[in-house]
Write a protein that binds this ligand. Structure first.
Ligand code: SAH
Length: 361
């Protein structure tokens, strides 16, 4: 006889009753990665019909321009053959499909790279396999550890924001960890835990923040970036991380739950909404240089796409097309690059084992 697993919320409540409040990072991990009810077990999260839209789903130009960046970075490395093209958290596989199509302009690049996708969700793996079925030899991994050694070209779009993070709330002279507990109605509720963060780990000016101020930190995100940078430094290569976030650490609550393109209460219906927060890019350059990388750069997505040729690409795509098509392409370019749309909030962090690093110089 098979026993059915209780719903995620019931299991979490039992766990909290037995062991105490859950730090936000653990709550996020349960909600996103639980083997039966985790959000990324479903395969229809991303896209117009899903919960949220990412840049590759907005326009093919995004992946094509990342492809152009990859060719340039690969040439700056001396056009190594063979080398590994690795995407972390590939979602629907759209970005990789556009990269592989866009990079056909350089057959030497195409024949040098083996493609590896690192994905933990079985549902999304199937979506990616379907989307990329015309490409032979792609390998899937549930962890970056099994990608073979070699020159590494990494890309990751909206991957870091999906990794767990912690929040600390100013309470008198201390900063206490924000946790999830169970209230008298047996529903999930916010509490402050006993865990504290050392003042050294806080940005300057923390003494002046008011009670209730929030500081966010993610050692898990930093850990991923560090591992990527170490592989780049040791084996040669480059990496590009694109995500929404800020270039300087600060204070503020950016935890968000998105369901069907709207904000939701992150403690309601666990496992049914996408949970993320803004990525703090400020530690990455140091991590990269300490790991032995030669060059790093940070641009807004708008600047990055304009420098890699967004306007030229939009012009080429629109040439000879109907006025409606031209309008659609212009709208997509604006959505990706305008500062008040995705162009300002989203940042692009690039790193390479060699200098210079186009278009960050
Ligand atoms: N890059 C895609 C999707 C972003 S959503 C796009 O731009 O559209 C986040 C992706 O990261 C999903 O594919 C999710 O399943 C994957 N993911 C989350 N945690 C992961 C982990 N620890 N390792 C690998 N993939 C992960």
């Amino acid at each position: 006889m098979t026993q059915s697993v209780p719903a995620l919320e019931d299991r979490m409540i039992r766990h909290i009753q037995m062991t105490g409040p859950l730090p936000l990072a653990e709550y996020m991990h349960w909600c996103l990665a639980d083997k039966t009810d985790g959000y990324y077990q479903s395969s229809n999260a991303i896209g117009r019909a899903g919960d949220f839209i990412t840049a590759p789903e907005v326009s093919q130009m995004f992946g094509e321009l990342i492809g152009i960046w990859l060719i340039q970075a690969w040439q700056a490395l001396g056009s190594p053959n063979p080398c590994n093209l690795v995407e972390l958290g590939p979602g629907n596989g759209t970005l990789m499909a556009d990269i592989l199509r866009g990079t056909r302009v350089d057959p030497a690049f195409t024949s040098a790279v083996s493609t590896h996708l690192v994905e933990t969700s079985p549902g999304l793996t199937k979506v990616q396999q379907q989307k990329l079925k015309e490409h032979d030899g792609i390998e899937w991994h549930v962890s970056m550890d099994t990608v073979p050694q070699g020159t590494m070209l990494y890309v990751a779009n909206e991957f870091l924001d999906a990794l767990p993070f912690r929040q600390y709330v100013k309470s008198g002279k201390s900063w206490l960890e924000r946790c999830i507990s169970v209230d008298e109605n047996n529903t999930l509720a916010w509490v402050l835990g006993d865990g504290q963060i050392e003042p050294d780990a806080l940005p300057a000016g923390h003494q002046d923040e008011p009670d209730g101020a929030v500081f966010e930190i993610s050692t898990i995100r930093e850990g991923f970036v560090k591992r990527v940078c170490e592989a780049v430094a040791q084996q040669g290569g480059c990496a590009l991380f694109v995500d929404y976030g800020h270039g300087q650490s600060g204070f503020g609550d950016t935890f968000q739950a998105i369901s069907k393109h709207s904000f939701a209460n992150p403690l309601e219906n666990p496992g049914k909404a996408d949970l993320t927060s803004h990525v703090d890019f400020s530690p990455f350059a140091n991590l990269a240089i300490k790991s032995g990388c030669k060059k790093t750069g940070l641009l807004t997505q708008g600047e990055f796409l304009l420098r890699t040729g967004l306007l030229e690409r939009a012009g080429m795509l629109g040439s000879g097309k109907s006025e409606d098509e031209k309008k659609r392409i212009k709208g997509e370019a604006e959505r990706l690059a305008l500062p008040d749309q995705m162009g300002g909030l989203f940042k692009v962090f690039g790193v390479s084992s060699t200098a210079p690093l186009w278009p960050f110089d």
